[in-house]
Design a protein around this ligand. Sequence first.
Ligand code: CDT
Length: 317
Amino acid sequence: MDRKFILAVAQVGGIQPQESRHDVVARLVAMLEQAVAAGAKFVVFPELTLTTFFPRYWSDKISGHDQYFEREMPNEAVNPLFKAALSHGVGFYLGYAELTSDGHRYNTSILVDSTGRIVGKYRKIHLPGHADNLKELKAQHLEKRYFEVGDLGFGVFDVDGVRFGMCLCNDRRWPEVYRMLSLQSADVVVLGYNTPLDVPGWQEEPHMKMSTHLLSLAAGAYQNAVWVAAAGKSGTEDGTYMVGGSAIASPAGEIVSKVIGDGDEVAFAQIDLDYSEPFRQSVFNFAAHRRPEHYGLLVERVGRGEPLPIPKSAGLT
Ligand code: CDT
């Protein structure tokens, strides 16, 4: 890819529990072709793109939803997407549920380059929700039950000459994620998401589901001088509404492109990798200005705790 290229986010409208992967993949191919027609060189698809957002359903057995997992990637159902992308010479990001040959379950995403090769893999680290059965809820959020915490860390990968970092959904709300990726010189951070309107225990008003989503993308982009592109699964799935708002944020912290609806829809932005440079050389010149010797608490402490002792040299009594 050149220093300037068109990036697309392909939002996917609701997928019902009985829908087949073949039908979903046909929708993805149609959006990929729309993106290609607009000149896109890379397309971002959502988290758990191929099926309904099954962590809303309880199962007595962990294996009770294994029909929603992929045992290999690519596979027969997603081959049309790989083929279409290869024939047009575009890369893509895809999220899916992964069941490994030794029985581990992860919420996973991959990066595929323009030759159809999988060049990057990420397994979701910030798993939201709960593991217990909240029977009284119509839609639960059981990611903590069905997935293990990812074991691959936060990697940065070369895709056709551009450095891509990846994360998934809830990760986008955590500043540590973008910093981990930007410290490895990621140019673009791509992510998929499923954000239900009703989340157990979240008290935000409905409109804030959208504003906190966009705020997270914009803040991550600005504070790390990277482009951020996010594609959601949106609309109604089995009676549960998921927010749309698939969008691209620039290193200036502006949302430069966003879908308008909550169905299948593609949004585009012209990415200029050189646009990051002034930010990287001034306010966010990491090498010049970061002070990791004062950030120890970030890795020593997980939850909120007591204030640190004030050094004696402060002269406070
Ligand atoms: N999929 C995902 O991570 N969704 C969360 C919302 C639910 S948290 C219980 C998100 O951060 O959008």
